[in-house]
Ligand binder design. Structure first.
Ligand SMILES: CCCCCCCCCCCCCC(=O)SCCNC(=O)CCNC(=O)[C@H](O)C(C)(C)COP(=O)(O)OP(=O)(O)OC[C@H]1O[C@@H](n2cnc3c(N)ncnc32)[C@H](O)[C@@H]1OP(=O)(O)O
Length: 192
């Protein structure tokens, strides 16, 4: 059953105002972690989402569906599609608000099948903020930004401190990631 009838966001929110240093419309968003299943370039069978910011502001992510993503023959697996939306929504929240946030809740409506060989254009937007909670939603359209809607999703992202990752994650990998982010920022400062 579709969740379209339920009120969204489910609580009173304030508008989600992008951070002054959020990437500008037209910017391509890079890989946030090379081992990320959603966007990482070192995960051979990952989803390899490529995202950019549009005015709106929204984040559009392209997901090219391959044989590695099948559930039934020739059709994308629903769980992988949900993963693509987690990544696309997370990229919108993280990049537009520039705050670390994790997915607390993710709802997905599968409206039509997504064939292998198609590209899903996922447009994600921020719907509101209530304290640490950010609500976001997205539509995935087949083969073009104005193609037929195949999947819709909405989610709740909760802002966390860096200790969320240092306590529960891999500290060494985090330090390497932070060092490479610092290097990238220095390159930006030298060659803006
Ligand atoms: C520049 C930066 C660029 C970055 C780019 C990044 C791109 C990233 C792309 C990657 C994308 C991939 C991203 C991923 O895949 S992230 C990986 C998947 N997610 C997780 O692993 C998260 C696991 N969960 C937790 O760690 C904790 O449960 C969290 C941190 C979420 C909350 O535990 P915490 O103890 O901290 O806080 P709280 O429990 O007081 O909750 C806080 C508020 O939230 C409300 N609540 C919580 N859960 C739910 C729920 N299910 N439905 C409805 N409401 C819920 C709760 O009622 C409360 O509301 P209120 O009482 O305040 O009103």
């Amino acid at each position: 059953m579709s969740n379209a009838g339920q009120s969204w966001p489910p609580v009173e929110t304030e508008p989600a105002v992008p951070h002054p240093k959020a990437p500008q419309p037209g910017s391509k968003l890079g890989v946030h972690y090379s081992h990320c299943f959603g966007c990482g370039d070192e995960v051979e069978v990952g989803l390899h989402l490529q995202s950019s910011v549009t005015d709106g502001p929204e984040v559009v992510s392209e997901f090219a569906v391959t044989e590695a993503h099948q559930g039934a023959p020739g059709l994308a697996h629903g769980g992988l599609l949900a993963c693509a939306f987690d990544e696309a929504l997370g990229a919108a929240v993280g990049n537009l608000l520039r705050k670390p946030a994790v997915t607390a809740k993710l709802e997905t409506d599968f409206v039509r099948p997504v064939p292998v060989g198609s590209t899903l254009f996922i447009t994600a937007r921020l719907d509101g903020v209530a304290g640490r909670k950010t609500y976001a939603s997205a539509d995935g359209r087949l083969d073009a930004g104005d193609g037929p809607v195949a999947v819709r999703a909405r989610g709740l992202f909760v802002t966390v401190g860096v200790e969320h990752f240092t306590t529960h994650g891999d500290k060494d990998a985090l330090e390497k990631l932070a060092a490479s982010a610092r290097r990238r920022r220095e390159e930006w400062d030298i060659n803006p």
